[in-house]
Design a binder for this molecule. Sequence first.
Ligand code: ADP
Length: 608
Amino acid sequence: MREQWQTLRRVLQYYPRVFALIWQTNPGSTLVIFGLTVVNALARPAQIWLVKVIIDRVNLLLAAADPNTAVDWPQLITPAALFALVLILGDVSQSLVLALRTTLGEQADYHVRGLLLAKASTLDIAFFETPAFYDQLENAQSDSWRMRNLPWILVDTSGQMLSLLATFGLLARLNPLIIPLLLLTSLPQLVTQAQRANAMFKVWTERAPTQRMVYYLVNLLSQRESVKEVRLFGLQAPFLQRYFKYSHQFIQENKALAFRYERVNLLTVLLSVFGIGIVWAYGIFQAALARITLGDLALIFQAAQQIRSGLGSLFHTMGVFYEHSLFVSNLYHFLDLAPDAVDGALQTQGVQKVSSPLVQGIEFRNVSFRYPGTERAVLNNVSFTIQPRATVAVVGENGAGKTTLIKLLTRFYDPTAGEILLDGRDLRDYDLADLRRQIGVIFQDFVRYDLTAKENIGFGQVEYLAEMDRIVAAAGKGGAVPVIEKLAEKYETTLGRTFENGADLSGGEWQKLALSRAFMRDAQILILDEPTAALDALAEYEVYNRFAELTTGKTTIFISHRFSTVRMAQQILVLDDGQLIEEGSHVELMAQNGQYARMFSAQAERYQ
Ligand code: ADP
């Protein structure tokens, strides 16, 4: 019980936010809905009252028992006409509310999904590397549909409360004790609803990791990227088996939940019927003793029944609201995530702007780095300097730490120890957006946007998306022009297989587009992480033949496994297991006859 009160209190604090959210979604609709709800809520008590009036008036007429007295028809017909009017008003307002709340709910849903995406896009990369983050995101996203229901639940609850209050008022005239009696015998129903909601919330929240696994399996079985390999290795059956195992587990849990509270529910229903029985008995007794009119007796019968069903639905709706609110707490938990809530998130950023052109270049000073949540140093005391406008290659075995170096330079992470200086200032002193604007980078796992060819290049500098000259020039530098010329609608062709009429490209062709995207960028620093790995030897040769020309005025850092490319760099950094073991030009490093020379010769031999 105490635990439930605590949860209730926790949930209550979200009510104002939920109200505010719905209000923000559409203030006009919200107002109209509440207005109509009031009309709708008062319709039923008004009907009860009018029935009482009609019965009393008819009864008076019968009691007069003088057939010669003229019947005062307006006296009888007016309440009957009002009854009809109330019926119409009630029905019309109800159907209007239904239509409006569907729209408002939809708006609220989109609004919240938008908020979630906006929040996710402000969070550091470090968040996206922790499974717990995906669980939170999954919980918040899968529950955002509940926002769709919250507006109408709020409206229903307030309407039901208002209707109940009015009906209570009708009964209180006859005997105020009726109210606590009906309340007390109905209250246990509310507790059962809350318990059910709590249990459900717990099950669903704990289910998030398994739920994500199910989505993952669904993707493996239905996405183009995986379908080839899954078929070839015959993985459909085992994946489907897992899928059914988890879904069966979900169904069992849901079933257990659905029936666990039914026995208690029956008891609480019996109790509330007992409460009504007492009120009815009281009414009959009073009427028999002529202490109340026949109209009053009719009122007691109707009102008590109305209160029982009204309380029942109120408690039900409150239960659903409570349940939704518990889930909404997940949503707010996500929206309230502090930017540094995860290990490894960036702590600070300054306001410094990057100077153009760069004067001192880039310096790594005793930089070490561990990924959040891991023990191993991926970079270990690395120091080097890159002159402005130099061309630098980074080489090393897989896992040596090359990409990590780039992630630090683009400030997706901060070093665990040491510092990275740009023009003599710590990266942390710079305005993050300005710093990133100065860097054009194509990662190994670059994105293939299933959008137009033009956008695939233009996204490199989105402000210039409409400037065809720049896009064509960038396509020229990245070697993408022949690729685009082959497409049915040239730059306007949609790529990929996600959308109708999409043209799919080979790995090398996609890479040429990605390369063009990097050249599109008006940045001082160009970073290419294995930019030509998917290109054939000739295409790569073409790119690098013009590399110096393409990168004039830019500081260029590239990672490559092809030494024919690497040897063109002015400066080569050799990484081994997180340490910088050699540094110099191709000629210098060959003369040193160390690791670089060994790697170079090994590759050269293969090509002989
Ligand atoms: P390279 O680019 O030289 O192949 P990386 O910089 O990608 O190497 O990776 C260096 C090491 O860091 C690898 O051992 C890899 O397993 C580890 N690593 C890379 N990314 C992460 C991450 N997000 N979390 C934990 N470890 C990582």
